[in-house]
Design a binder for this molecule. Sequence first.
Ligand code: SAM
Length: 399
Amino acid sequence: MAATVTFDESALSQLAATADRATRRNLIANLRRMADSLEDTVGTIHRYGHIDLEKAMIKVGLDLGIFKVLAGADGAMTADEMAQKTGADPQLMKRILRYYNTINVAREVGPHRYEATNITRNLTEEVCVAAMGHYYDLVAKQYHATPDFLKQNGYKNPTDETNTALQLGWNTRKPPFELMLELPGAMEHFHVYMTLRRQVALSWLAVYPVEEETAALSDSDSDSDSDKERPLYVNVGGGSGVQCAQFRDRYPHIPGRVILQDLPETVAQALPTPGVENMAHDFFEPQPVRGAKFYFMRGVPHNHPPQRVKLLFERIREAMVEDSVLLVDETVLPDTGVSFIAASIDLTMLGAFASMERTEAEWRALGESAGLELVRKYEYNPLEHETVMDFRLPRRLNI
Ligand SMILES: C[S@@+](CC[C@H](N)C(=O)[O-])C[C@H]1O[C@@H](n2cnc3c(N)ncnc32)[C@H](O)[C@@H]1O
């Protein structure tokens, strides 16, 4: 007879409730490793075999509004009540909810009675809804096409951004940002996800010494018209413009122009922020804003293979003056122990753009290929290896 194994779940819950982010992440990784180490063949078949079903049923829940209804309820709800609130057939709702109980998206508390879990609540967050839209509506076809793509290309590491798994999956030659423009809601999902995925407290603004670097610009003696006119912060490929707004909000006293640059279609939808100039610019073309203090890019070069990043960096280097800084806000992979999220995004970049996440040595070499020196790096989110790197023109030797 099978023994029922019990363990002190409440002690674990207590530890989890008081643990910081890093400890919780570590706990999850260890518990998953332990669960996987116990898995038999049947378990492996059904875990991978039904992996697409899991995402599909999350999409159904989002479309029906199941998570909002359940998370907003005052306690548990019956499947019939859920059916009534969402407009789904009661029998269908019973089948969906009993499946959700098995993946912890809802908790069964009695016959056909369910309550919300932390995951139900996560799935009501705007960032989660946008991210699921992005992965389900756009990226899923790319993942599906990846095995055929790699086979057709002889399992070479892809570096040609005009021939990708995403294009194979969508049967198109268009680059991803052009394709997204054609798919209803795709750009919106993407930008909402990009914008909300990070908070100011866990961003480059929390670690980079902006005041120190701009002391010469903001001291009152030099608060001249030329300082006010000088571009202070140019966010290249800045997306929705939220980061420009955050920068202006945090440093209203530092003189100089704050400029958002992106493709015309994105700039047309960008946040209008007083004190921020929104400018359409293709970053592979010569940089029109010359001599800025900071050129900044977050999550941009990782979308491009090395030869394109070299060009992108060169375009900025050509516009830099002696005290300019190119800030590259990206994942910097460690040599070992890369996180699940970073390793997954690396392979997602492979399929979408023939691109990659990079180690410090790879970033340094890319900078050097474009005539830039990696001077320092500031890690602000060690769990995801998120880091802002400070590239400058090479220092002249005083000979
Ligand atoms: C991964 S998103 C990052 C957006 C933003 N930096 C952020 O962190 O939220 C890449 C951005 O690069 C923009 N982009 C792509 N190709 C571009 C190009 N050739 N010129 C200018 N912007 C481009 C996209 O529109 C998108 O906003």
